[in-house]
Design a protein around this ligand. Sequence first.
Ligand code: FAD
Ligand code: SIN
Length: 526
Amino acid sequence: MKREVDFLVIGSGLAGLSFALKVAPYGKVCLVSKTTLEETNTRYAQGGIAAVFDAGDSYEKHITDTLIAGDGLCDEMAVRMVVREAPEQIRQLIDWGAQFDRAGDGTFDLAREGGHSEHRILHHKDNTGFEIQRALSDMARRHPNIETLENHFAVDVITQHHLGRLVKRYHPDIECYGAYLLDIKTNKTFAVLSRVTMMATGGTGNLYTTTTNPRIATGDGIAMVYRAKGIIDNMEFIQFHPTSLYHPSDKPSYLISEAMRGFGAVLRTVDGREFMYKYDKRGSLAPRDVVARAIDNEMKVRGDEHVYLDATATSHDALKDHFPNIYEKCLRTGVDITKDYIPVIPAAHYQCGGIRVDMHGHSSINRLYAAGETTCTGLHGANRLASNSLLEAVVYANNAAKDAIEHFKEYIIPENIPEWNTEGTAHPEEMVLITQNYKELQQIMSNYVGIVRSNLRLKRAMDRLQIIYDETETLYAKTTLSLQLCELRNIINAAYLVIKSAQARHESIGLHYTIDYQHSKFPYQL
Ligand code: FAD
Ligand code: SIN
């Protein structure tokens, strides 16, 4: 059973949805999501989306802030393009029905977050992502040219490899003809052939035991493109958010937005001491990588399970008004944020690296675009500035859509693409073979490849990963596909790329901190 479409879009977060909505007037779109359309990282975004709207702000300031955060590794052309495109793309989101909070005079109520020199974060209360996801999912569901396939898992992209030809990394002639999809309800795998494919599969948070990312963030797009011999970059730069709610039974960890520190909340050790000034003169308002490292150190040195975020000295009414969801969530765990300190820990939050794309969102594989967290565009360099990722997703989806609309009719789909081959495979007898390896991988990454790294820890991680890889590949060769097995395989692939990139970088820079090299922006010796 093969299907043919003009545009295959894998992923229904901001990147995938906005691409789908832009190309839909020009051809038939198949929009794929591995669970529901709504279950994405996008949906959980809290703080907002950064753009220059304030009269006292300027593109140059936003560009400079982004370049400083990126620690010298940003592509300045990409930064300039994204910052300049931002207001227009945000107006597009508003046209599609997303609402952002406004002040009494009708102007946007702009928040400020760590690393931003101005107020420039458009937000919808403390659940901006939910609002964007709601508006765009509704539009996509109603569009006559968009077929949505929920609970469908993209297993691999289709290239000349599936026609029996040799494909090589760094070779300019690789072409993508669509993807094999696993229908999770029927367990059948089939091909969707497309003139153009958009990879918008989001991040890799589940590499770690503690993450703000939902279960879907397993680096699938990165792994698929790597297997198809595409180019992947900057995977070592994983952003840990300093403040997720310490409530171990919660998966994912609930985010306590950085905007709370912007609002006046301060960090304290469990005995109530403010500790951030020991690490940075900006105290609790230091950039999130500095704060995450400081918290990690305090917890390790003191043997504590968490630190506290103290918002009790801020205006209680304003606190509840700005952060109604955080207030309610904490209350459900027994913490009244107007009176009690909030127990918090750092959590894996954002993958700065991924599928290398050019300004048009084009990957190194012909006919294959990528956008959003799964990509490496050059915008973030070695560290992402807060609230720049929703922005990156919508800007690159727009660029990719323009390019795809111009070219998709030139692309012919080969006729002889084979069906998915299930020969020699059977149902797995023991799911524990998959689930245990998944947990072990998360522990390896959390303990050896986390906020603070070393050459020795990275080597240990790679050695342990090799065992899990060998076991899983053996299992994969003889087992029918399942979501769990495919995700495990992909997350192993992503872990390999993170460790390999970290090992190749002989310095501490941006988010990659290793005790073997001094970090110029974090002089405190750990
Ligand atoms: P996602 O929104 O993650 O969507 C990925 C999609 O891909 C999903 O539909 C998923 O089902 C699908 N998918 C994945 N693999 C497969 C597969 N194999 N087959 C089929 N489908 C697949 N950024 C900001 O700029 N501002 C913020 O305030 C902010 N707050 C955040 C708060 C939290 C708690 C989190 C987790 C992130 C936050 N971020 C924020 C980051 C931002 O939300 C994400 O980077 C962004 O939403 C990613 O969008 P995306 O479209 O690339 O991917
Ligand atoms: C937050 O609200 O703290 C998250 C912002 C981001 O990740 O960009």
